[in-house]
Design a protein around this ligand. Structure first.
Ligand SMILES: [Fe+2]
Ligand SMILES: [Fe+2]
Length: 302
């Protein structure tokens, strides 16, 4: 079984009508014009899709923030990009805070209308990727006035716990949980401030602690790919998808994406793919650390 994981794509549109700039979008769009447009190479999305499809994945997972300020046109572009992947295999997504950027976009359910697979409506959703491989999608994204914190809420936590109790334990297959928000930051990576994190992280941590099976937790939101075992959760491997077309000194052509191979259930393979300046892809295999606290080190483009 081969799974591809991608993170914060952040498609955007530079030209907007003045009346679309009401409320928080004015902040987001200004940040886009002054800063974000120089770091996010959305012109690389086609080559990204081509590479993902060349791997012949059995499933593709996306951890949200496909858009930037939740404009309808951004969702239409994201849908077009996702459709080409859906022709090859199932694509499961969860929303990011930028997909619910304004109160109107959340109320109009743009994410569900334009991007959700029919099976994934309603959160938490529970799907099977193969007979023994379960996927649970969580939704912590919502419009906030200024900050970008997330919240699952008591009801979703209760239903999530119930689903976990219903899935038979299997040491051979980890349960995959996908949410836009992280389980904290490894001490050797960027430290996420509380105003950017999950408000009910203690509640989520407690639920995960009550289930000792191997868990693979997939997320995005912090634009830095990492692979670690969070403090207090040694049975959980947390994988940060990163932002595929976000350029940094270590990833000058975007942070790429992950390939997860489950050929041997007791030995999962984690491979990170990133584009080099000469338009070739560089791949790096990583092994999750056996201890909590630190992320395995990605070399980046060399
Ligand atoms: Fe985000
Ligand atoms: Fe993001």
């Amino acid at each position: 079984m081969r799974i591809v994981l991608f993170g914060d794509l952040h498609l955007y549109q530079l030209a907007v009508w003045p009346w679309q700039l009401l409320g928080k979008r004015l902040l987001g769009q200004t940040n886009l014009w002054l800063n974000r447009r120089n770091r996010f190479r959305i012109d690389l999305c086609d080559i990204l899709a081509e590479k993902i499809l060349s791997l012949n994945p059995d499933a593709i997972l996306g951890t949200g923030d496909l858009t930037t300020t939740s404009l309808k046109d951004e969702f239409l572009a994201a849908r077009k990009w996702i459709q080409q992947l859906r022709h090859a295999c199932p694509v499961h997504l969860v929303p990011g805070n930028h997909d619910r950027y304004t109160f109107t976009s959340a109320r109009q359910r743009y994410f569900e209308r334009y991007l959700s697979d029919a099976q994934d409506i309603g959160f938490p959703y529970h799907n099977t990727l193969s007979p023994n491989l379960h996927l649970i999608g969580l939704d912590a994204a919502g419009p906030r006035c200024l900050l970008s914190w997330g919240k699952l809420g008591n009801e979703q936590c209760r239903r999530f716990d119930k689903i976990l109790n219903q899935i038979p334990e299997s040491k051979e297959h980890p349960l995959i949980i996908m949410c836009h928000y992280s389980l904290g930051s490894p001490s050797n990576c960027h430290q996420e401030p509380p105003s950017h994190g999950l408000r009910d992280l203690p509640q989520l941590t407690k639920i995960l602690q009550n289930h000792s099976r191997p868990i693979l937790y997939l997320h995005g939101h912090v634009h830095e790919p990492w692979l670690w075992r969070p403090d207090k959760l040694p049975h959980v491997i947390a994988l940060n998808a990163g932002a595929p077309v976000f350029t940094t000194p270590r990833f000058p052509m975007g942070q790429g994406f992950w390939e997860l191979d489950f050929a041997d259930p007791s030995n999962f393979q984690y491979t990170h793919h990133a584009l080099a300046p000469d338009n070739t892809w560089q791949s790096e295999s990583l092994t999750p650390p056996s201890e909590t606290g630190l992320s395995a080190t990605l070399q980046g483009i060399t």
